[in-house]
Design a binder for this molecule. Structure first.
Ligand SMILES: Nc1nc2c(ncn2[C@@H]2O[C@H](COP(=O)(O)OP(=O)(O)OP(=O)(O)O)[C@@H](O)[C@H]2O)c(=O)[nH]1
Ligand SMILES: [Mg+2]
Length: 248
């Protein structure tokens, strides 16, 4: 969970796991990474509560670089936002993640760069390229000291995608925007939030949207539960009409 201070990250951890992380109205309550175990669909999912980050975190402000580094190794990033001030928060967090090389909800660009001995830089693609020209590609490659290469774009990518491929250290991670404290906003605002891509609204205080949160988290994790033994469910009726379900 990445977010600005006091958006409710520790409240979320305490709500969904048995781990208690200190919650307080004041900013910067959480000072280290606190893991909790969440149980869903017979699986254990580790949820990490992190200190709040501030603008400039990617440059190291407020130990932000260490915090974001944790996000780099996550399977899903939960970007936690305060529903009442989400617009500025959303933009700022996206920028910080972008600056440390995290690309969210994006497929890795399928760009192939084959270094050659001679012949300069050539660009090929089975698609019509609308965002780059042969010259753009040549200039970027020259910046990276690549003078002869065959470049193949397997989709209509842009210059940033080419730079990401050349840098080679980008992380492509799924992210879900979790707007907490929806009890503080109007129905119209909630409606607007729920129409945004990759977004869900919750309120830990009023227990609103929490089961949908788990459903979405499961979907984003894209986990598959494999049973190595056939699961058999037995249904037995006992005195007093108690229904007993057992799996074997
Ligand atoms: N109204 C409302 N308040 C909430 C909700 N969830 C959390 N809060 C309050 O928001 C404040 C901050 O919550 P925390 O969980 O400590 O926030 P945090 O993101 O962990 O903050 P840092 O550790 O400082 O980064 C507390 O006063 C919580 O009670 C909610 O759903 N609705
Ligand atoms: Mg906290």
């Amino acid at each position: 969970m990445i977010g600005f201070p006091s958006v409710g990250k520790s409240t979320i951890l305490s709500h969904f796991t048995k781990t208690e992380s200190e919650v307080s109205e004041r900013d910067f309550t959480t000072l280290t990474c606190i893991p909790g175990m969440l149980y869903y669909n017979n699986c254990k999912i580790q949820l990490l509560d992190l200190p709040g980050i501030i603008e400039g975190a990617s440059e190291g402000k407020g130990k932000g670089r260490q915090v974001i580094a944790v996000a780099k190794s996550a399977d899903v990033i939960l970007i936690v936002l305060d529903a009442s001030k989400y617009k500025e928060q959303r933009q700022k967090i996206l920028k910080e993640l972008e600056l440390v090389g995290i690309r969210i909800n994006k497929e890795k660009p399928n760009i192939i760069i084959k270094p050659m001995a001679t012949g300069g830089v050539s660009l090929m693609s089975p698609y019509k390229l609308t965002k780059v020209t042969q010259d753009d590609v040549r200039i970027v490659l020259h910046e990276y000291k690549v003078l002869n290469a065959q470049v193949i774009f397997k989709d209509d990518y842009d210059v940033d995608d080419l730079i990401d491929t050349l840098e080679g250290n980008r992380r492509y991670i799924k992210a879900l925007f979790v707007y907490n404290k929806i009890d503080m906003i109007s129905v119209e605002e909630l409606d607007r939030i729920s129409k945004e891509a990759h977004s869900i609204g919750i309120s830990c205080n009023l227990n609103l949207g929490t089961s949908y949160f788990l459903e979405k988290l499961w979907e984003y994790l894209a986990l598959v539960r494999i049973y190595t033994k056939r699961v058999r469910i037995e249904i037995k009726f006992r005195k007093g009409n108690h229904l007993i379900l057992t799996t074997r």
